[in-house]
Design a binder for this molecule. Structure first.
Ligand SMILES: Nc1ncnc2c1ncn2[C@@H]1O[C@H](COP(=O)(O)OP(=O)(O)OP(=O)(O)O)[C@@H](O)[C@H]1O
Length: 399
């Protein structure tokens, strides 16, 4: 029973209470104030008692606990995704803190255009660059990919330079060669409007950087806090789309090249043509790498986050089905915000708990979801913000 498990914890309206020191800080915590929590640590006894008081964290397959997630120093990617508002950011941030506290230099990346990593860590992590998170034992960095800023740069560049500045912008994302080709094919109008999927293209370009740039080589764990389902599915299918598009551009180029070769006698043109084609092939190879990364069971895992409601579970089942079609590895399902058992005679809580129990049964009987390792995460009675609160949640969820 919560009330007797530890004096710091109480059975509040059926939910799990944060320990007093964390609560005290949270009440007065402003948004995005850096450094506030750097020295605050949860007392191990409180965290342990909370973990004990929480509902069973896991069911399902053996050997799928945190030990397996943290083993080895070879880099692994974890993508957390699901319906809006279910707790993707809280779970991703808590996993990142847990990795960092277990010796992994970790990067947590938000690909959600409506970022909440800064709010979750209660530190200003905005700006689109790597920012150190204060608090964990090993280095933890955060990156909020800033598509709105990128969109703005895109618009400004194309307005100022009649389209040519767009190339610089796309160059910076490693996609400049695509623009060159579109320009050569006289598809200029395509360059003046941000293409659909630009947010995802920016995220993909970052993933390419993770694979290639020295700056990122130190990270042994990279955790993605993804956007709600639709966005994320587009993100995952984009490398395929770009690969196919590049294929089409290459074909079109070669058709145009052969049609015009008779009148092209300028020395060097052939070489230029070949150079552009090579660059396109290179970009294509990079896309293939990203696509393979998303599908590599050794290095990547997509973790679906849901809550115990019929609507969220139905969306999770659809998400899992789409991810399977994309061959993205999924093994775990977090069911967040579960009401722990309570001795209180709150009628509302009893009904809510029954509803949640039915929803959990629904997961166990759903053909799409039943094979996944289910991780139950308790509802805490306050917003989870700041490293100590995330550590508290992470120690309960990731066992
Ligand atoms: N287990 C929990 N107990 C209590 N509060 C929680 C829990 N999980 C998440 N929350 C709260 O719910 C809110 C939404 O959580 P979060 O931002 O993590 O969700 P999200 O799925 O990332 O949302 P979005 O789709 O808007 O990005 C936050 O205020 C967070 O503190």
């Amino acid at each position: 029973m919560l009330a007797t498990a530890a004096p710091r914890l109480r059975a509040a309206a059926g939910g799990l209470s944060l320990p007093a020191p964390v609560r005290a800080q949270l009440v007065s915590l402003p948004l995005r104030r850096p450094g506030r929590y750097a020295s605050l640590r949860l007392r191990p006894s409180a965290a342990a008692a909370a973990a004990e008081a929480a509902p069973p964290a896991k069911e399902g397959a053996e050997g799928m606990g945190f030990e397996e997630m943290t083993a080895g120093t070879r880099r692994r990617y974890y993508m957390l995704g699901g319906k809006g508002g279910v707790g993707k950011t809280s779970c991703a941030a808590s996993l990142a803190v847990r990795f960092a506290n277990n010796g992994h230099p970790t990067l947590v990346v938000s690909t959600d255009p409506a970022h909440s990593l800064s709010d979750s860590f209660a530190q200003d992590l905005s700006g689109g660059a790597l920012v150190p998170v204060e608090g964990p034992e090993s280095p933890l960095f955060a990156l909020e990919i800033n598509p709105e800023k990128a969109r703005e740069e895109f618009r400004t560049a194309s307005q100022k330079n009649g389209g040519t500045g767009v190339k610089d912008f796309m160059d910076s994302m490693g996609l400049g060669v695509l623009v060159e080709q579109l320009g050569e094919l006289k598809l200029g109008e395509l360059l003046d409007t941000p293409p659909p999927g630009l947010d995802e293209a920016i995220a993909i370009s970052k993933v390419m950087q993770f694979l290639e740039a020295q700056e990122y080589s130190m990270f042994s764990r990279i955790v993605f806090d993804t956007a709600p389902t639709g966005h994320t599915l587009r993100l995952l299918s984009l490398p395929d789309f770009l690969d196919a598009s590049i294929g089409k551009i290459l074909k079109l180029r070669s058709k145009i090249a052969s049609a015009t070769s008779a009148i092209k006698s300028v020395f060097g043109q052939e070489v230029q043509q070949q150079d552009a084609a090579n660059k396109l092939e290179q970009l294509r190879e990079r896309m293939v790498k990203v696509r393979e990364l998303f599908r590599d069971t050794e290095s990547t895992e997509f973790i679906i986050v849901t809550i115990p409601t019929v609507m969220a579970i139905s969306e999770s089942a659809r998400l899992h089905s789409s991810l399977k079609k994309e061959s993205v590895p999924v093994r775990r399902l977090i069911v967040n915000q579960i009401l722990p058992p309570s001795s209180s005679d709150c009628k509302f809580c009893a009904i809510k708990r029954k509803d949640q129990t039915r929803a959990l049964d629904m997961i166990r009987n759903d053909p799409e979801l039943m094979g996944l390792n289910i991780i139950q995460a308790p509802l805490v009675d306050m917003e989870i913000r700041g490293v100590p609160a995330l550590k508290f949640l992470g120690d309960i969820v990731w066992k």
